[in-house]
Design a protein around this ligand. Sequence first.
Ligand SMILES: Nc1ncnc2c1ncn2[C@@H]1O[C@H](COP(=O)(O)OP(=O)(O)OP(=O)(O)O)[C@@H](O)[C@H]1O
Length: 357
Amino acid sequence: MQNDGSGRILVQNLSKTFGPVAAVQNLSFAVEPGSVTGFLGPNGAGKTTTLRMLLGLVTPTAGSATISGLPYHQLGNPARVVGAVLENEGFHPKRTARNHLRVYAAAIGVPDQRADEVLALVGLAGAANRKPGDFSLGMRQRLALATALLGNPQVLVLDEPANGLDPEGILWLRNFLRAYAREGRTVLVSSHLLSEVEQTIDQVVIISHGMTRYYGSLEQLRGSQQTRVLVQAADPNALVKALQEAGYPQVEPTPDGRVAVAGATRQQIGDLVAQSGLAVYGMEEDRADLERLFFQLTNGAYTGAPMQQQQQYQPPQPPPGGGWGPPQPGYGPPQQQYQAPPGYQQPGPQQGWGGQR
Ligand SMILES: Nc1ncnc2c1ncn2[C@@H]1O[C@H](COP(=O)(O)OP(=O)(O)OP(=O)(O)O)[C@@H](O)[C@H]1O
């Protein structure tokens, strides 16, 4: 096998069990060069384990993860191909930022001056002689990123990079990653908060319980949202009946006493109401936001949504047979949204999925 130079990340049927815990279950996705891909899932979904397998730090139980066609350990000088920032990176407390970077530069065979270049790239030029022990969390994140950039890698893999960054830092990171991808490089960023990376990413892989829930473009996910009309009626039951009889099957009462109608415009509902002589006090469009879709896709395991939203929204039940696949039809993206990368066969539940944790 040879490094194909593509910078493409390919994860195929990847699984990892730790004793009784199925941390990652038959995961498959591809990350293409020139794009920023978000790797999203609630805490404990298996993101870090997947990234650690990609980076050769954990041995898969089954399946493979490759970069430019090769497993990490066969990349030759991997730091020149892939730069990574994983959670809880430690720094030598007594070394300055510049010296920390010089040690790493020497280890991967790049000249000393690269240390100052990457410090400038991440906005830490002014802190070159300070020790990371005195840095804020955000500055340590930047220094970790600078370390990952030393080898001028074609691929960047970042685990929860926005943790500890203030809004200005998040904006800076967003611009940095987008510019990096625009140069034709590959960027994979994990997060448990969709809102944190929503404006940074083009593609998204959403996982829950170690399994893929959605894999595709964020644009498609956004476009698949179905707008509902919430109607406040004097007699909600009569309105539900009238709408169903008129051929609108996606009608349901909401917990706050209104009627939610999908697949009909306000005008259509207004005309029907006028014809059937029902009293209606108001109508409002309710566009499902990405956070809610994310919550739905992760089967309610998502912990980042505001409590109020979690209480109001009832996620659908996992599909029969273990929860594989794209979301249920209805208030979410369509079934065909899930696209397997070329060269991988979509598994079925009969192929022995591990149990849910
Ligand atoms: N070395 C390990 N030994 C045993 N269990 C592990 C180990 N590493 C991870 N796990 C378990 O595997 C599951 C997935 O963990 P992982 O850290 O990959 O999730 P995550 O999506 O990255 O979550 P977080 O954002 O909270 O780190 C969890 O149940 C975790 O407890």
